[in-house]
Design a protein around this ligand. Structure first.
Ligand SMILES: Cc1cc2nc3c(=O)[nH]c(=O)nc-3n(C[C@H](O)[C@H](O)[C@H](O)COP(=O)(O)O)c2cc1C
Length: 366
């Protein structure tokens, strides 16, 4: 039961999209000129991304910021409302939405996703997040589940959603977390279900994605580790008679010269790093999330300043294109990129990097 997310998926090209423009983006930096989300700039950005031929956008789901002077993610547009609105005004680009399973009842999510899939004529995808942020759970008055149990809960949550979409008659669901009577739901998604992605890099997170999703969205810590992870995910999926692809993220700084790009990246991730916000985020993540090792936090503090831990790709257009080719060659199917200023930096990336990727055969031409 393979679902590809676009024509690029079928031809083995790298699918390329944006990550997190519905929020302040991935940076934890005080650098001037950084992205601040509004409806108008998001609308224009996603239309520009579609016109440039990008394949998708994945929004962040966040309910509170990380504090400090820049308060990263303090402004985050609701991913459901954001995606639904953009599906209505786009024609080709795939738009994921991101849903926190502990904060959203699966019947509500089933109807929202089915509605969005109708609006977008089959272009919606679901990025499933099981919730790691304890202060967010506190905001909802929900006790934070133990790490691996979160994925048990999400598994049953997803079962309910898929049942709503597959059943034409009222059904009962009796499980460990949900006891539901006489459940019905219409409309259904156009193709019966939507593309399912799970974000989470721990063993439990990975095995949930392998068993139940089409895509695993994970952090690229180091290229060799990523190659290994992709191979393991594909092999485990294969053994379970499934097909799962891996998406990952990258933070891009592309400038006419390598020197300019490196200097700007240093400025963003060191001189202007929002140390208070980074400390807060690392403390919150370190306690609740198993995606990163303690060594990663210590070694890659700068990566949090620029890209929330995502892999930095920094250089002139040739360097950036070459690095994206290397990422594609790790077996990664999709790369979700972010910039300090999405709208300001996308045109240069479109004009200088996308044609190089097409020439190199990393992406389809045109
Ligand atoms: C690429 C990526 C994107 C994520 N996006 C979100 C998000 O938008 N909102 C959120 O609350 N958690 C997000 N997460 C967190 C995961 O859903 C998960 O809770 C976290 O990685 C801890 O899971 P793990 O310990 O299994 O890795 C993301 C994680 C990754 C790796």
């Amino acid at each position: 039961m393979q679902q590809t997310t676009s024509a690029a998926g079928r031809s083995g090209h790298l699918e390329l999209g944006l990550f997190g423009a519905n929020s302040t983006g991935t940076s934890m930096s005080k650098v001037p000129g950084r992205w601040h989300p509004t409806w108008e700039n998001n609308r224009d950005l996603v239309l520009a991304a579609e016109a440039a031929g990008l394949d998708f956008h994945i929004p962040l789901a966040r309910w509170r910021g990380h504090g400090g002077e820049s308060d990263p993610l303090g402004v985050t547009f609701d991913a459901i409302a954001w995606t639904a609105s953009l599906l209505a005004i786009t024609r080709r680009i795939k738009l994921f939405t991101t849903v926190h399973t502990p904060f959203t009842h699966p019947l509500v999510a089933a109807k929202q996703l089915a509605t969005m899939d109708q609006i977008g004529e089959g272009r919606v995808g679901l990025n499933i997040v099981s919730g790691w942020h304890r202060e967010e759970a506190d905001m909802f008055g929900i006790a934070q589940r133990e790490h691996d149990e979160r994925y048990e809960y999400t598994k049953e949550w997803l079962e309910v959603m898929l049942e709503v979409w597959s059943q034409d008659r009222p059904f009962h669901h009796e499980g460990r977390f949900f006891n539901l009577r006489g459940v019905v739901g219409d409309p259904k998604p156009r193709g019966g279900k939507v593309t399912l992605m799970s974000a989470g890099a721990s063993r439990a997170g990975r095995s949930f994605a392998i068993g139940h999703c089409d895509l695993l969205f994970t952090i690229l810590t180091a290229p060799e580790a990523c190659r290994d992870e992709v191979a393991k995910v594909k092999e485990a999926a294969w053994n379970a008679d499934r097909h799962v692809d891996v998406y990952t993220g990258a933070f891009i700084v592309c400038r006419p010269t390598r020197k300019e790009a490196v200097e700007y990246h240093e400025h963003v991730s060191r001189e202007m790093a929002d140390e208070v916000a980074i400390d807060n985020a690392m403390r919150q993540l370190g306690v609740n999330c198993h995606s990163f090792t303690p060594e990663f936090y210590a070694a890659f503090r700068g990566r949090f300043a620029s890209g929330y831990g995502h892999y930095p790709v920094v250089g002139d257009p040739g360097d950036v294109a070459e690095e994206l080719r290397r990422i594609r060659d790790l077996g990664v199917r999709g790369l979700a990129i972010s910039f300090i200023d999405f709208a300001g930096e996308l045109p240069y990336f479109r004009d200088e990097v996308l044609p190089r990727l097409a020439e190199m055969g990393v992406r389809r031409a045109g």
